[in-house]
Design a protein around this ligand. Structure first.
Ligand SMILES: *[C@@H]1O[C@H](CO)[C@@H](O)[C@H](O)[C@H]1NC(C)=O
Ligand SMILES: *[C@@H]1O[C@H](CO)[C@@H](O)[C@H](O)[C@H]1NC(C)=O
Ligand SMILES: *[C@@H]1O[C@H](CO)[C@@H](O)[C@H](O)[C@H]1NC(C)=O
Ligand SMILES: *[C@@H]1O[C@H](CO)[C@@H](O)[C@H](O)[C@H]1NC(C)=O
Ligand SMILES: *[C@@H]1O[C@H](CO)[C@@H](O)[C@H](O)[C@H]1NC(C)=O
Ligand SMILES: *[C@@H]1O[C@H](CO)[C@@H](O)[C@H](O)[C@H]1NC(C)=O
Ligand SMILES: *[C@@H]1O[C@H](CO)[C@@H](O)[C@H](O)[C@H]1NC(C)=O
Length: 919
C-alpha cells in the first residue's frame, strides 16, 4: 500500500509542482525554521534519513530536504515522514496554509488532528499514517475540494468517520486501515462522479451494508473492507461496472446471500477474498476471468458441487475453498491451470475424488500444497501419485482406511505430510528413506513396529495408534528430529537407549504405553531436550541417580504414573528452566525436594501419591516461585505445620485477572491483530496466524476458533493447591486468603486444627474448597458466603459448630458437605424452623445432584493439566501442526469440563459471543 501511495505522491509532485527549485521567500524560511524548532523527536540525534538536518539558513529553503516550493517560492509540499517526530502536531504548521502535500507518516506523532488543518483546503495529499494520532476525524476534510489522497491508516483514531469525506469528487485514495475504533458507514456514491480508485478500510469498526451505488465508482481498482463489521447481501451491486477492479477483499465481515457471478468475470480482478462471511448457495461462474490469481471463499456456507468452469480461471495460483459445505471437486476436469500451486479444500463434505487409474488424471496440474483435511474421503486420491512438486499434503480427519501407499513418500519435494485422524492400518513396503520433514500420523490404527525410514523428519507424530514395539536402533533415525511422539500406543519393552543418540531432540513423548524397565540414564542428559514425557507407563527402578546436565534445557519432566522408586534426583537442581515437574503416582521415598526451591521458573509441581515424608519447612525460606500455579502434594506422609511458608512469593496465585480479559470480543481481537500487523509488515494482508503473545506464546489461527483463545487464557491462569491426605497439622495459614486467583484448594484429610481463617473469603476465584476430615473448630466464617464461583465446598468431618451461614450459595450445597460436625446446624443440614417449607435447593439452576456427582476428580486435575498445558508451551514455539493443536485444545476443554462443569456455561457464552463476532 505504501508503495502505491508513494507512487501517487510522486505523481502529484510531477503534475502539480512543476517548478521545484525556486527562490525561497524569506518569511517561509522563517516559518520552516520555527517549525523545525517546535518539533519533538524520539531520537533527536538519529542518523537515519533526516532531511531536516539540511534545514539551515545558509541554503535556499526551497532546496531543503522534504520541502517543495512553487515557482514564486511558496512552500507547498512538506515530507517529514520517518523522522522520529513525537508529541502532538505543533501549531507552527499553521503557517503553511498553501500546502498541497503533507506527509507526516511513520513518525510517533500523538494527539488529535489539530483544528487549524481546516485551513489547509488546498491539500491534495495528506498522509498521517503510522502514527499514534487519536481522537475523531474532523469533518472539514469533506470541504477540501482538491483532495486526492487521504491516508490515516495505522493510527488510533476513533468515533464516527464523517461519510461526506468519501464523496469529495477529486478523492482517489482513502486509507483508514488499522484504526480499530474508528467506525462509520459508507455513503451513497453519485453517478458518474467518482474518481475513487482505492478504498481501504480494513481493520476498522465500519459497519452497515455496502451501498449499491458503489457500482458507480468505475475507477475503483482496490476495495479492502476486510476485518470490519459490514453486513447484508452484495448481489444487487452492479459489479460488472467496476471494470478497473483489481483487488477485492471483503473477508471477515458479516456479508450474506449469494456470491454474484459477475465478480468472476471482472477483467482485471486478480485477488478476490470473500472468506469468513456468511455467503451461501451454490457457486455460479460465468465468463470466467483469466486474470484471477487468488480466490479465497473459505469459511462461508457455500454448498454443492464446484463446477468444472473453475478450470477456466487460467491464471489462478491459489484456491481456498475451505470450511464450506462443498461436496464435489472436479479433479478430473480439463486441466488448464498452469499456475495453480495451492488448493485448500479442507473442512468440506467432499465424499470421494476420482479413485480410478484413468490416464487423464495424470494431467492434473503439478501443485505445491494441497489441503483436503476434514472431508469424507475414503481413499487417498490417486492423482497424487503423479505429483512431483507437492510439498505439503494434508489428508487428516477423513475416513481413509487400509494402507499408506509407499509412493506417497517418494516425492523428494515433500516437506509435510499429515495423515492423522484416519483409519489407516499399515504402511505399505518398501519403506525407503524419505526426505519429508514433518510427518503426522497420529490417531490412526497403525500396528507393529515403529517404522524407521524418515531420517530427515524434524517432526514425527506416531501417537494414538496401535504400535507395539520400538526398534532398538530407533535413535539412528532421529538425527534431525526435534519432536518425537509415541504416546498412547500399545508399546511394550524397554526404552531403547539409542534414543539418547538423537542429537537434536527437544520434545520426546512416550507417555501412556506399557514400557517397562529403567529410564535410560542418558535420556535426561540429552543436550537440548526440553520436554520429556514418560508418564503412564510401567517403568521401574530408582530415579535417584538420574543425571541432568548442567545448563539443562529441561522445562517439562513428566514421569508420573509409573512404578519408579528411589529419591528425587539431586541433579534436578541443574534444571534452572524447569516449569513442570510431575512425579506423581510412583513409589518415591524422600523428604520434600528442597532443591527445587531455587528454581524460580516452576509452575507445576506434582508429588502426589508417593512416600514423601517429613515437613516442608524449607519452603519457609528463600523460595521464589512467582509463577507457581499448581502444587499437588496429596497422598503422602508429609507432616508438620504449614504456617510461615512464604506464600507471598507465590504471586501467580494472587494476581486477579481482569475479567474482561477472559472475554474475547471483536475489539480485542482487532487489537491483537493490529499489534501483530504493526510488528510485522503493516499493510500486508496476510495475518491468518496471530501469536497471541500470552506467556505461552501459542500461535493459533484467529478464524472460527475464538473459543480456544479463551481456553488458552484460562489454562494459563488455572491454579490449584492440593495438600490432602497427609499429616499436616497446626492452623491453616490465614495468608492463603491472598490467593485471589486460586481456583482450587484441597487441605482435606490432614490434622489441621483451629478455626477456618475468615480471610479465605477473599479467594474470589475459588471454585473448589475441600477442608473435610480435619480437626477444625469454631464457626464457619460467614465470609465464605462471598465466594461466588464456589461450586464445591466440603467441610464435613471436622469439629465445627454453630449455624451454617445463610448464603444463597450455601443452601444450594448438598448435606454431605457439612455432615460429621457435631455442632453444625441450619440449612442444608437441618431444616431451618424459620424458613419453614423452603423450595428445594438447586445447583446452578439445575436440581441438586447427590454428593457423589460433586466429587472432583483430583487425579484429572493434577496430572492431566500439569502436563497438557505444559506441552502446549513447547509446541507453541514449534507451530508445526495446527491440526494437532486443535486437537489439543479440544482435549483440554473436555478435561476442564469434567473438573468444572460450570466452565461450560462460561466458555459456552464466550464461544457464542465469538461466533457472533466472527461470522
Ligand atoms: C476517542 O479517543 C479520545 C482520546 O484517545 C478519548 O478521549 C475519547 O473519549 C474517545 N472517544 C470515543 C467516542 O471513543
Ligand atoms: C470409486 O469410489 C466409489 C465410492 O467409494 C466406488 O463406488 C467406486 O466403485 C470406486 N471406483 C473404483 C474404480 O474403484
Ligand atoms: C537410510 O538412512 C539410514 C540412516 O541415515 C542409513 O543408514 C541407510 O543406509 C539409509 N538407507 C537408504 C536406502 O538410503
Ligand atoms: C506392569 O508390570 C507388571 C510386572 O512386570 C505386570 O504384571 C503388569 O501387567 C504391567 N502392567 C502393564 C499395564 O503393563
Ligand atoms: C549439575 O550437572 C553437573 C554436570 O553434569 C554435575 O556435575 C553436577 O553434579 C550437577 N549438579 C547437581 C546438583 O547435581
Ligand atoms: C516402594 O518402595 C519401598 C521402599 O523404597 C519398597 O519397600 C516397596 O516394595 C516399593 N513398593 C512397590 C509397590 O514397588
Ligand atoms: C536467599 O538466598 C540468597 C543466596 O542463596 C541469600 O543471599 C539471601 O540472603 C537469601 N534471602 C533470604 C530472605 O533468606
Amino acid at each position: 500500500m505504501k508503495t502505491l501511495l508513494h507512487y501517487l505522491f510522486l505523481l502529484c509532485f510531477i503534475i502539480l509542482l512543476p517548478a521545484v527549485h525556486s527562490q525561497c521567500i524569506k518569511d517561509q524560511q522563517q516559518s520552516l525554521l520555527h517549525l523545525k524548532k517546535s518539533l519533538q523527536f524520539d531520537r533527536p540525534s538519529c542518523s537515519c534519513r533526516t532531511p531536516l538536518i539540511s534545514w539551515n539558513s545558509s541554503i535556499d529553503c526551497c532546496s531543503w530536504g522534504g520541502v517543495t516550493c512553487t515557482s514564486n517560492g511558496h512552500v507547498v509540499g512538506l515530507d517529514l515522514s520517518s523522522e522520529t517526530i513525537s508529541g502532538p502536531i505543533p501549531g507552527s504548521f499553521a503557517n503553511f496554509s498553501n500546502l498541497r502535500v503533507l506527509d507526516l507518516s511513520s513518525n510517533n506523532i500523538s494527539g488529535p488532528i489539530p483544528g487549524f488543518f481546516a485551513n489547509f483546503s488546498n491539500l491534495r495529499v495528506l498522509d498521517l499514517s503510522s502514527n499514534n494520532i487519536s481522537g475523531m476525524v474532523p469533518g472539514f476534510f469533506a470541504k477540501f475540494s482538491k483532495l486526492t489522497s487521504l491516508s490515516l491508516s495505522g493510527c488510533r483514531l476513533n468515533g464516527t468517520f464523517p461519510k461526506e469525506i468519501f464523496q469529495v469528487p477529486t478523492l482517489q485514495t482513502i486509507d483508514l486501515s488499522g484504526n480499530f475504533k474508528l467506525g462509520g458507514s459508507l455513503p451513497e456514491f453519485p453517478k458518474n462522479n467518482g474518481s475513487l480508485r482505492s478504498l481501504i478500510l480494513f481493520g476498522t469498526n465500519f459497519s452497515g451494508s455496502l451501498p449499491d451505488s458503489i457500482g458507480n465508482l468505475k475507477m475503483l481498482s482496490t476495495i479492502d473492507l476486510s476485518y470490519c463489521n459490514f453486513y447484508g447481501p452484495i448481489d444487487s451491486i452492479h459489479w460488472e461496472n467496476l471494470i478497473n477492479l483489481e483487488y477485492l477483499k471483503l473477508d471477515k465481515n458479516l456479508f450474506e446471500g449469494s456470491i454474484p457471478p459477475s465478480l468472476f468475470s471482472l477483467p482485471l480482478l486478480s485477488q478476490l477474498n470473500l472468506s469468513h462471511n456468511q455467503f451461501s448457495g451454490e457457486l455460479v461462474f460465468s465468463n470466467v476471468s483469466s486474470n484471477l490469481v487468488t480466490l479465497d471463499l473459505s469459511f462461508n456456507n457455500l454448498e454443492g458441487q464446484i463446477s468444472v468452469s473453475i478450470f477456466y480461471f487460467r491464471g489462478l495460483q491459489s484456491l481456498r475453498l475451505s470450511s464450506n459445505n462443498f461436496n464435489a471437486f472436479p479433479f478430473n476436469g480439463p486441466q488448464q491451470l498452469k499456475y495453480l500451486t495451492n488448493i485448500d479444500l479442507s473442512n468440506n463434505s467432499l465424499l470421494s475424488l476420482y479413485n480410478g487409474t484413468d490416464s487423464s488424471y495424470s494431467s492434473f496440474p503439478q501443485i505445491v500444497s494441497l489441503n483436503l483435511a476434514a472431508n469424507k474421503l475414503r481413499t487417498i486420491p490417486y492423482f497424487l501419485r503423479n505429483q512431483s512438486t507437492l510439498s505439503s499434503l494434508n489428508l487428516s480427519e477423513n475416513h481413509i482406511q487400509g494402507k499408506i501407499p509407499h509412493w506417497i513418500w517418494s516425492s523428494n519435494q515433500l516437506d509435510s505430510l499429515n495423515l492423522s485422524c484416519n483409519s489407516l492400518v499399515t504402511l505399505e513396503p518398501p519403506l525407503y528413506n524419505s526426505t519429508v520433514k514433518t510427518v503426522d500420523l497420529h490417531s490412526n490404527q497403525l500396528q507393529g513396529q515403529i517404522p524407521i525410514f524418515l531420517p530427515f523428519a524434524k517432526y514425527l507424530d506416531y501417537s494414538r495408534n496401535n504400535f507395539r514395539s520400538i526398534p532398538s536402533n530407533i535413535g539412528d533415525f532421529l538425527t534431525n528430529t526435534l519432536f518425537f511422539s509415541l504416546s498412547s500406543n500399545n508399546l511394550h519393552g524397554l526404552i531403547p537407549a539409542s534414543i539418547c543418540n538423537a542429537p537434536n531432540i527437544q520434545i520426546l513423548d512416550m507417555s501412556n504405553n506399557s514400557l517397562f524397565g529403567m529410564i535410560p540414564q542418558c535420556l535426561t542428559a540429552i543436550r537440548d531436550i526440553s520436554v520429556l514425557n514418560l508418564a503412564r507407563n510401567n517403568l521401574t527402578g530408582t530415579i535417584s541417580n538420574v543425571e541432568v546436565s548442567k545448563d539443562s534445557s529441561l522445562e517439562i519432566l513428566e514421569i508420573g504414573r509409573n512404578r519408579l522408586g528411589g529419591q528425587v534426583p539431586k541433579s534436578l537442581a541443574n534444571c534452572t528452566k524447569l516449569k513442570v515437574l510431575n512425579m506423581g503416582n510412583n513409589n518415591i521415598t524422600d523428604r520434600f525436594p528442597c532443591l527445587l526451591k531455587s528454581i524460580s521458573t516452576l509452575r507445576v509441581l506434582v508429588l502426589r501419591s508417593n512416600n514423601f515424608y517429613g515437613g516442608i519447612e524449607c519452603l519457609n525460606t528463600n523460595v521464589t516461585w512467582p509463577g507457581l500455579q499448581i502444587i499437588d502434594l496429596a497422598h503422602n506422609n508429609f507432616r508438620g505445620g504449614i504456617q510461615g511458608i512464604l506464600w507471598r512469593t507465590w504471586q501467580k496465585m494472587m494476581v486477579t485477572e481482569d475479567g474482561s480479559q477472559l472475554t474475547i470480543n471483536g475489539h480485542q481481537l482487532r487489537n491483537i491483530m493490529d499489534k501483530s500487523l504493526s510488528a510485522t509488515n503493516r499493510g500486508s494482508y496476510r495475518f491468518e496466524e496471530v501469536s497471541l503473545g500470552f506467556e505461552y506464546d501459542i500461535s493459533i489461527t484467529v478464524t472460527n476458533k475464538g473459543s480456544e483463545m479463551n481456553l488458552v487464557k484460562i489454562l494459563s491462569i488455572f491454579t490449584l493447591i492440593d495438600f490432602s491426605c497427609n499429616n499436616f497439622s497446626g492452623p491453616m495459614p490465614k495468608e492463603m486468603g491472598e490467593f485471589k486467583s486460586l481456583h482450587s484448594l484441597n487441605l482435606s484429610r490432614n490434622a489441621f486444627t483451629g478455626e477456618i481463617p475468615s480471610s479465605f473469603g477473599n479467594m474470589g476465584a475459588l471454585e473448589c474448597l475441600d477442608l473435610s476430615q480435619n480437626k477444625l473448630t469454631g464457626h464457619i466464617p460467614p465470609q465464605l458466603g462471598k465466594l461466588s464461583f464456589l461450586s464445591f465446598l466440603n467441610l464435613s468431618n471436622n469439629q465445627l459448630v454453630g449455624k451454617i451461614p445463610t448464603s444463597t450459595q450455601f443452601s444450594t450445597f448438598p448435606k454431605d458437605f457439612f455432615t460429621g460436625n457435631k455442632g453444625l446446624w441450619g440449612p442444608p443440614l437441618t431444616v431451618d424452623n424459620n424458613a419453614g417449607l423452603s423450595p428445594p435447593p438447586t445447583v446452578n439452576g439445575r436440581p441438586p445432584n447427590s454428593g457423589h456427582h460433586h466429587e472432583v476428580n483430583w487425579d484429572l486435575i493434577s496430572v492431566e493439566i500439569g502436563f497438557t498445558f505444559g506441552f502446549g508451551v513447547a509446541i507453541g514455539s514449534l507451530v508445526l501442526c495446527k491440526r494437532w493443536s486443535k486437537w489439543y485444545y479440544r482435549a483440554m476443554y473436555n478435561i476442564l469440563l469434567k473438573i468444572f462443569p460450570q466452565l461450560e456455561e462460561r466458555i459456552g457464552v464466550h464461544r457464542r459471543h465469538v461466533h457472533i463476532n466472527q461470522r
